[in-house]
Design a protein around this ligand. Structure first.
Ligand code: ADP
Ligand code: ZN
Ligand code: ZN
Length: 748
């Protein structure tokens, strides 16, 4: 038999199969998805590859496979998914396969791979009857020995260290018992369990409201009929979406199948996971996300593979977990940009979910208060069934939202970051012992350092981007590459000493707040304060448990947290996301503002939200005041249609980067010409734009150019772009990295 093998490599030229013959003694160990070691070219050491097909004979003279990995492989269905992804996302099959392997095992280097953790276990080496006989006949005399042996009889498997503790015996005692032939030591796997010692009070199903019930029933019917249908559960924050998910998962459990629930990475907090543990117990749950150690993730992966875990909760990569009886896919906060990968493979997990849902004939539930324009458009067209929850489940009312025109504040002589009205409300909130969240999506102290005399702006040496001033470390810092320098006292260009620091970040806001409200306790949450393993959690917990008055933070504060005592939310500068160079600027702004507003008044007390802006008439801001997604959607969709943006077409970004500017431009031009020829000769319905520098045209010393293609992305266009990519490679323009991103979530 012959195996077709793809090498574990991201070199584009190696994205093809190589034939190897399967030695007789490996025949039942090798199947599609196996990891094997082979001799490759003239390379001395063996190289790893993945078996992607098995056939009877080869047209070539072939070498034998040298070795096969008996663990850590994937199945044929996953190989097929990898092949599909590789074509659609323009990357190597092996790069996609790596997403599907046990965490920590993707590397070619066997030494560095995650593996099972083992420990020394003990068990009885004789039957308990024989032991009792020896006790009777005084062959065993010591009370300690007797107690230990009788206790061990009652426990089936235990690491010896653990036994020493609970039986209160020394390792010397165990050694003696081993020497006398009563017990034996052996190596066994131990699970690294991230939930160990976790105690969560269990909860029962709540009685669903009418709206929840009809949403539940719609999906339940699809489950019963094994329909591969899609649903959008559209409901404001607090409308009880999670309760619907919980009850659907219960239903899937009853069917004996496994549920996948995706949540944005940042909201994968212990609180989120706890709600699931509280309902289902931790034995059935596996969690996959980047905050777990590699070892923990490895064990969680095997917990799924072995069929122990029936509920998989995780960030986007959890979609690749080794599930063999998939029952439902739930994607919560489906509009979140973390569902799109920004590194190779640049996949959108919703596409992958759709592929798998079809394969297994299971439903997908997308949930959001502010659905992605594309998802809602599909719901309008009937491709997705719309399920609405219009009210908050616990009777809490939605907050009052006030727009504050900051131009007027300036005119009235208020130069601080906080408007007069917000100031008054914070004061009152402090008196009432209620909590406040202030949201500002810019970190650091000043985001802009400029010479008043000549207009010189401090920019990164390696990136074409302004440096941000960080006051605590007294450094100017690049948020793209981490470059730092000491702030200058006089302008490097004109020597003037008049340097202006403008654009407040969270550091400066915290300082201002501390000056304005010296009596208030504050805590800050942004990339600079969230550094250690758990400190995102720590900050959230401290804010909640210590009843800290004011939480100041970036986007991190907006996702999914439930703070019962927060009644006031201030958005300090709503315009940040409006000014980005992206067709989704309005959508992002509306989403963020709605989410932040959703943090206020989630219990009995009514919440207040202040949105401070220099563009009070902007659509996204106006509609977020009314919390009216549908009106926002109706307006925005018209703009998208007129300008031919998604969902009316796909955007394919072809990016080129290199330290060599000439080669970057040359590559972009070659690609452009190739595509242009194809459009003409194959009559492709594509709008192709001329190559231009990217909005940030240099990052980490690499020049960046790009091409944009607008089209309905289909197989024909997929092939055409692939051919041009191959054509470009054959030109051998050196040191240029080419990436192709289908509907990128970041246009910079
Ligand atoms: P969402 O996921 O839409 O933000 P949740 O499911 O977290 O909403 O529900 C918000 C709050 O309402 C929670 O405290 C939840 O326990 C409560 N809740 C949800 N459904 C019901 C129900 N049917 N009856 C009573 N309380 C409910
Ligand atoms: Zn100057
Ligand atoms: Zn930089």
């Amino acid at each position: 038999m012959i195996a077709e093998i793809i090498m574990n490599s991201s070199v584009r030229n190696l994205d093809k199969t190589f034939d190897y013959s399967i030695p007789f003694d490996m025949e039942d160990k090798i199947h599609i998805g196996s990891r094997v070691l082979v001799k490759f070219g003239n390379i001395k050491e063996l190289k790893e590859g993945f078996v992607v097909n098995i056939k009877d004979k080869s047209d070539f003279e072939v070498k034998d496979i040298s070795k096969v990995e008996e663990k850590d492989f994937i199945d044929e269905a996953k190989v097929n998914l990898a092949k599909w992804m590789s074509k659609r996302y323009f990357c190597n099959v092996s790069e996609c396969i790596k997403l599907m392997l046990p965490p920590g095992t993707g590397t070619n280097n066997l030494e560095n791979r995650a593996k099972e953790k083992t420990a020394r276990f003990i068990r009885l080496a004789k039957s308990i009857d024989e032991i009792e006989f020896d006790i009777e006949s005084k062959k065993i005399k010591s009370d300690k020995h007797i107690r230990a042996l009788r206790m061990l009889d009652k426990i089936s498997e235990i690491p010896s260290k653990e036994f020493e503790e609970i039986a209160d015996v020394s390792s010397a005692v165990l050694k003696t018992l081993e020497k006398n032939g009563y017990i034996e030591f052996y190596e066994n796997a131990v699970e690294r369990n991230p939930f160990l010692h976790k105690v969560v009070a269990s909860t029962n199903n709540l009685k669903l409201t009418d709206e929840q019930q009809s949403a539940f029933t719609a999906v339940e019917n699809a489950l019963d009929d094994m329909m591969n249908s899609e649903f959008l559960l559209f409901g404001v924050t607090g409308s009880g979406k999670t309760e619907v998910y919980l009850q659907l998962i219960e239903k899937v459990l009853e069917m004996g199948k496994t549920s996948v629930m995706l949540v944005p990475e940042i909201s994968l907090t212990p609180q989120t996971v706890d709600r699931f543990i509280a309902r289902f117990g931790q034995e059935k749950i596996a969690v996959l996300h980047s905050k777990l150690s590699v070892g923990e993730r490895y064990d969680q992966w095997y917990k799924i593979k072995n069929g122990e875990a029936k509920i998989v909760i995780g960030a986007r990569s959890a979609m690749f977990a080794p599930i063999n009886d998939l029952g439902i896919i739930i994607i919560d906060e489906e509009h979140d940009s973390s569902y799109k990968s920004e590194t190779t493979p640049r996949y959108n997990v919703k596409d992958v979910a759709r592929y798998l849902a079809k394969e297994y004939s299971v439903p997908i539930v997308f949930g959001s208060a502010t659905p992605d324009m594309d998802t809602y458009y599909k719901a309008q067209n009937g491709d997705i069934e719309l399920l609405e929850l219009t009210k908050r489940a616990n009777e809490a009312s939605l907050p009052d939202i006030n727009i504050v025109d900051m131009r007027r504040e300036l005119a009235n002589g208020n130069r601080s970051s906080i408007s007069m009205r917000l100031f008054e409300y914070i004061k009152q909130n402090l008196k009432d012992k209620k909590q406040t969240i202030l949201f500002l999506n810019r970190r650091g102290y000043s985001t802009f350092v400029m010479c008043r005399n000549c207009g010189y702006v401090a920019k990164c040496k390696h990136c074409n981007i302004a440096l941000t001033y960080h006051s605590k470390e007294n450094r100017l810092r690049c948020h793209y590459c981490g470059y730092e320098e000491i702030p200058f006292k006089s302008c490097p260009e004109c020597d003037s000493g008049s340097i202006k620091y403008s654009g407040s970040g969270t550091q400066k806001l915290e300082e201002e707040v501390n000056k304005m409200f010296p009596e208030a306790s504050t805590i800050r949450m942004d990339v600079d304060t969230v550094t250690k393993k758990n400190s995102h959690e720590d900050i959230i917990n401290r804010f909640k448990d210590e009843n800290i008055d004011i939480l100041i933070g970036t986007q991190m504060v907006v996702k999914g947290h439930h703070f019962p005592n927060v009644t006031l939310v201030g958005v300090i500068f709503a315009d940040g996301s409006l000014n980005i160079d992206d067709y989704r600027a309005h959508e992002r702004t509306f989403q963020i503002l709605t989410q932040v507003a959703g943090r206020a008044g989630r219990e009995k007390e009514k919440g207040n939200v202040f949105i401070q802006t220099y563009n009070p008439d902007n659509l996204a801001i106006e509609f977020s005041k009314q919390q009216d997604y549908k009106r926002f959607y109706d307006t925005e969709i018209k703009i998208r249609k007129a300008l031919k943006y998604p969902p009316f077409c796909d955007i394919i970004l072809i990016g080129f980067s290199s330290e060599n500017e000439k080669n970057v431009i040359e590559s972009a031009k070659q690609m452009y010409m190739c595509l242009k020829d194809k459009i003409i000769s194959e009559k492709l319905p594509i709008i192709l734009y001329k190559p231009v520098p990217a909005p940030i045209d240099r990052i980490k010393n690499k020049y960046r150019w790009r091409l944009i293609v607008k089209c309905k992305f289909d197989d024909k266009i997929n092939d055409a772009i692939y051919e041009c990519l191959k054509d470009l490679e054959s030109k051998n323009i050196r040191d240029v990295k080419t990436i192709i991103d289908v509907n990128p979530s970041n246009m910079m």
